[in-house]
Design a protein. Structure first.
Ligand SMILES: Nc1ncnc2c1ncn2[C@@H]1O[C@H](COP(=O)(O)OP(=O)(O)OP(=O)(O)O)[C@@H](O)[C@H]1O
Length: 449
């Protein structure tokens, strides 16, 4: 009989159970791993792709309420969402196992089990795990990613495709709305980590108080609200990819903590002392000129070199003139599908405007305008008034102006972030009147709501 190509992990503190189940299941499945200490789960899951876990619910004598099992179940589902878990429980403890089913376990079996029943349950779990993996592949191949025809963007995307196959850290630079998140996700989908988690974190929105607990996790009791042991985003990304957006906005004292995680490939939860091993690919992004931030001593040089093994610059839309019309057509098709509309086309005048317009808000601005136009348009033709571009200055800056305006925009965004979008304080810091700050927010399409 041919063995099924699947990896099963059995976790139990009783050696005889591990031995017996391993010997039996080895006849049917290619890889059987066993663990007698559940603390080693993170390490094992970070090094192996496991299809099914058979998990005992109790480990310490005197603690037989199954809570440990439920906790470990949560941890496994966080670290490796596509792994299917079967709980093992003693007769009379079914209630906790049922709670486990509600928390994402696939099945439970009673100890001592009949081998046939165990085999049946594991086979079904392997099927389920295969289906999950297939579902994910379909989503990924269905992933709609616009490439474009300009040399500058083709170069950037081809670099991304090349680096995707490796485990190198990637830094994506580009103005707001140029597609940094979309590119990071695209890299993940092309990588060998695509069946493991993709965790995106907007570092700009994490204030210093929650930065560490969110990213590194915490132990129960580490601070007043720490009710349970909780993994951070790094652990959630175990075996997968973490996308750290707005890395340029992390304050210096927290940069050193990030550096330590990246350097040591370990993370220590708040309130714990022992580091946990990490196997995570790191993709970062920022709209700031990070090199300049390093020169100005706002960003640690050592962290910069850690994260930019490969640097990909996404050009603003105004530097990709020939992509504007094809991109607009692509976004139009996307919106037609979203709103279930029949064929809609652009009026000739609209196409001219699309080409001339600066699109300082980049792809996001174009997407928003086209979405609005699809909702508003009558007669299935998008007119100039549907697209609503009249009020916006056409693009006629020279390259030096572009550089300058990118810097100005980034400076304003940084000051806004620092002052929690408070207009008066931001204007004060920048030496502007409130009126001129508002004019600039409009010019650069900066939304503060
Ligand atoms: N290559 C692409 N193909 C299809 N759509 C894209 C592409 N790049 C960007 N977009 C669209 O443009 C919008 C902005 O993209 P995204 O959020 O990735 O930009 P960003 O640079 O991360 O923005 P921010 O800096 O503001 O976070 C998204 O709604 C996305 O759907």
């Amino acid at each position: 009989m041919k063995k099924t190509n699947a990896s099963i992990l059995i976790i139990d503190d009783q050696e005889d159970i591990l031995f017996a189940s391993k010997v039996y299941l080895k006849k049917y499945f290619e890889n059987i791993h066993t663990l007698n200490n559940p603390k080693k789960i993170v390490e094992l899951l970070s090094k192996n792709a496991i299809d099914v876990v058979l998990l005992d619910m109790n480990y310490r004598i005197g603690f037989e309420d199954g809570r440990e099992g439920l906790y470990l179940l949560k941890e496994i589902k966080t670290l490796s969402p596509k792994t299917v878990v079967i709980l093992m429980t003693a007769f009379g403890k079914v209630e906790t196992a049922v709670e486990g089913l509600k928390s994402g376990a696939f099945d439970y079996i009673l100890k001592p089990w009949e081998n046939k029943k165990l085999l049946e349950s594991v086979k079904q779990a392997v099927d389920k795990s295969r289906k999950e993996q297939k579902k994910n592949k379909e989503i990924e191949t269905d992933n709609d990613f616009f490439v474009g025809t300009s040399e500058i963007i083709k170069k950037a995307y081809s670099l991304a495709d090349k680096v995707a196959k490796t485990d190198a850290n990637v830094l994506i630079l580009g103005e707001n709305g140029t597609g940094k998140f979309v590119l990071a996700h695209h890299i993940y989908c092309q990588s060998k980590r695509k069946n493991n988690p993709f965790i995106a974190v907007d570092l700009g929105s994490l204030n210093s108080n929650i930065f560490e607990s969110e990213l590194f996790g915490y132990a129960k009791g580490a601070f007043t609200d720490a009710k349970t042991d909780t993994p951070g985003r790094f652990e959630m990304a175990q075996n997968g990819t973490i996308f750290l957006d707005e890395i340029g906005n992390v304050p210096l004292h927290l940069q050193s903590k990030l550096l330590q995680v990246i350097q040591t490939k370990t993370v220590t939860r708040l309130g714990e002392t022992k580091p946990r091993p990490l196997n995570v690919r790191i993709i970062t992004a920022t709209n700031l000129n990070l090199k300049l931030e390093v020169t100005d001593k706002n960003f640690r040089e050592d962290l910069y070199y850690r994260i930019n093994t490969m640097e990909i610059v996404l050009p603003p839309l105004r530097e990709r003139n020939e992509d504007k019309i094809p991109l607009a057509e692509y976004l139009l098709d996307k919106m037609i599908e979203k709103y279930g509309r029949g064929e809609i086309t652009f009026d000739k005048k609209v196409l001219e405007q699309i080409e001339k317009h600066a699109w300082n808000g980049n792809i996001r601005e174009m997407e928003n305008k086209i979405e609005r136009a699809v909702i508003l348009c009558e007669n299935n033709i998008i007119t100039v008034s549907d697209l609503d571009l009249e009020t916006i200055t056409p693009y006629d800056e020279n390259p030096d102006d572009i550089q300058l305006s990118s810097v100005e925009k980034a400076t304003i965004e940084k000051a806004l972030l620092k002052h929690g979008n408070n207009i008066s304080k931001t204007a004060d810091e920048l030496g502007l009147s409130r009126g001129s700050l508002y004019r600039r927010l409009e010019k650069y399409n900066i939304n503060i709501n």
